[in-house]
Design a protein around this ligand. Structure first.
Ligand SMILES: Nc1ncnc2c1ncn2[C@@H]1O[C@H](COP(=O)(O)OP(=O)(O)O)[C@@H](O)[C@H]1O
Ligand SMILES: [Mg+2]
Length: 236
């Protein structure tokens, strides 16, 4: 099994605030890994450290066997890493279709036609401005845009945030489908219950440290532990 991501002993700061205290995590090819933890635990900072947006002050990030520590975000993305940031960040003044024309064309299975097949709702809304979409549609658009880069590895930061439960289910089904097509995925979620249904393994962050790491099924079976580590387990 080849290693997609190996983050080793990351220490990341915002100015003088020491946020990540020796975080290590790995993603193997074809795995879906859940990164859980309460609000403020350091999940987004971990993603930003991996992507080079807030580089770690010490520690090492390897992607596909290459050391990328300290490399700029565009270099990291160009290795085949798709990042869907928290809060979606789509272009509100561009139409759905125009948003999909923004990523540079890459070779691979994910074309505009293919993402419209995956998200028929986006095709229906192709001439609507991004800013007029519902939260769920915006999330789909953000995921679609990342897929157009034909990433080998996809990082999703809280895709369920602020969405109605039925839309959350749809987004989760899509993530499950991408996994079944062989994509390696790091899924950041506050909703542990949802993420653990899909994940192979899970990490739980607490105050910038890995407080738990193990098989997702093991953690899913222990509701009290989820609540103690990651806050409310959420029934869905
Ligand atoms: N730009 C920033 N400047 C200073 N502190 C920040 C910044 N972004 C996040 N933090 C702090 O870092 C900690 C971890 O935040 P974050 O990684 O966003 O957590 P999570 O994604 O798990 O909710 C929090 O205490 C937060 O207040
Ligand atoms: Mg976050």
């Amino acid at each position: 099994m080849s290693t997609v991501l190996a983050a080793d002993d990351l220490n990341t700061y915002y100015g003088k605030s020491h946020i990540l205290h020796g975080v290590s995590l790995s993603v193997n090819e074809g795995e879906l890994i859940a990164l859980l933890g309460r609000n403020g635990a350091g999940k987004t900072t971990t993603m930003r450290s991996i992507m080079g947006l807030t580089p770690p002050r010490s520690g090492r990030v390897q992607l596909f066997g290459q050391d990328v520590t300290g490399k700029p975000p565009y270099r990291i993305a160009s290795l085949g890493v798709g990042y869907v940031p928290e809060g979606r960040k789509i272009f509100g003044h561009l139409t759905v279709h125009e948003n999909l024309l923004v990523p540079p064309q890459t070779k691979g299975p994910w074309t505009i036609d293919a993402v419209y097949k995956l998200f028929p709702r986006l095709e229906e809304r192709r001439t609507s401005k991004g800013g007029r979409l519902s939260g769920g549609e915006q999330e789909m658009l953000a995921i679609a845009r990342a897929l157009l880069l034909n990433p080998r590895f996809l990082i999703l930061d809280e895709p369920s945030q602020g969405l109605a439960p039925v839309i959350v289910q749809e987004v989760m089904r899509t993530i499950a489908r991408m996994k079944s097509e062989g994509m390696s995925i790091l899924l950041v979620e506050q909703n542990a219950f949802l993420a653990l249904q899909l994940a192979d393994r899970a990490y739980v962050l607490s105050d910038g440290e890995v407080a738990y790491h193990g098989p997702a099924a093991e953690l899913a079976a222990d509701k009290e532990r989820i609540e103690a580590l990651a806050g409310v387990a959420h029934a869905g």
